[in-house]
Ligand binder design. Structure first.
Ligand code: ADP
Ligand code: MG
Length: 243
């Protein structure tokens, strides 16, 4: 049995009187894609922010690579990366310049080659000189994803990575992420509101509702346990239950 790369225990975040994340425990194993899903406000982004050390947990433990995130964040973060549709890159740089900045920060080896590979993989080589502030949201997302891979991370945290992509690029992105996972055995935690994508991509899913895990397992298992025929139906049932 492999040791988990990420191990979360009793993770809780309280904002004033709101329990945004309520005693959540889970692990992510090497080479696994774990899908985190749940209605708006379920606590998905807050969990990702805590895993990155951007938000301090109210209580609970996070271990990454067997190390305590509170004590060893600097080391850990070298081998972790993330992308989020809601975090933008420095506005006044070009696409290529901004990747160079991150490559330098992460001390990426063979920078020029790595940047070229990523520009091509995400089909943004043609706009490498365009300023970030002039990018469409789909282009911005692809740049974010390229940035997320610049340090060859062992753990990748993706918050709604395909939200602003057209179906063609979204599909290519999924294929690319799956092949990266296979080739490099990296672990991916990601969120999406696209339930078909969740089913296709995830080895395992965690269903979050009001800060708590209400179901987890392989997508088919979760669908079965709710007596539904697909994840979309499960989502609608949960989201509408107490509306
Ligand atoms: N910085 C913050 N201050 C206060 N409340 C917050 C903050 N960040 C998130 N929340 C609240 O925590 C809950 C979970 O938010 P979030 O993690 O963004 O959910 P999700 O990503 O699943 O949509 C929401 O009710 C949100 O309004
Ligand atoms: Mg969110």
């Amino acid at each position: 049995m492999f040791e988990p790369v990420v191990k979360v225990k009793g993770l809780t975040k309280v904002f004033k009187s709101l329990k945004a994340v309520d005693s959540v425990s889970f692990s992510i194993f090497p080479g696994e894609i774990l899908g985190l899903l749940g209605p708006n406000g379920a606590g998905k982004t807050t969990i990702i922010h805590m895993l990155l050390g951007l938000t301090t947990p109210t209580s609970g433990d996070i271990q990454v690579f067997g190390l305590d995130l509170r004590k060893r964040r600097k080391e850990i973060i070298q081998n972790v990366n993330f992308s989020s549709s809601y975090v933008s890159m420095p506005n006044s740089l070009s696409v290529k310049e901004s990747l160079k900045v991150f490559a330098r920060l992460y001390k990426t080896k063979n920078r020029e080659k790595r940047i070229q590979e990523l520009l091509e993989a995400f089909e943004i080589a043609g706009i490498k000189d365009k300023l970030v502030r002039h990018l469409s949201s789909g282009q911005q997302t692809r740049l974010n994803l390229a940035k997320a891979l610049i340090n060859d991370p062992k753990v990748l945290l993706l918050d709604e990575p395909t939200a602003s992509l057209d179906p063609d690029i979204a599909d290519k992105t999924r294929t690319l992420l799956r092949s990266i996972k296979k080739d490099r055995n990296i672990s991916i935690l990601y969120t999406s509101h696209n339930m078909r994508e969740m089913e296709q991509m995830s080895d395992r899913i965690i269903f979050l509702h009001k800060g708590q895990i209400i179901a987890e397992g392989q997508p088919e298992e979760v669908v079965r346990s709710f007596g539904r025929s697909n994840l979309e139906e499960v989502f609608l049932k949960v989201a509408r239950e107490e509306a």
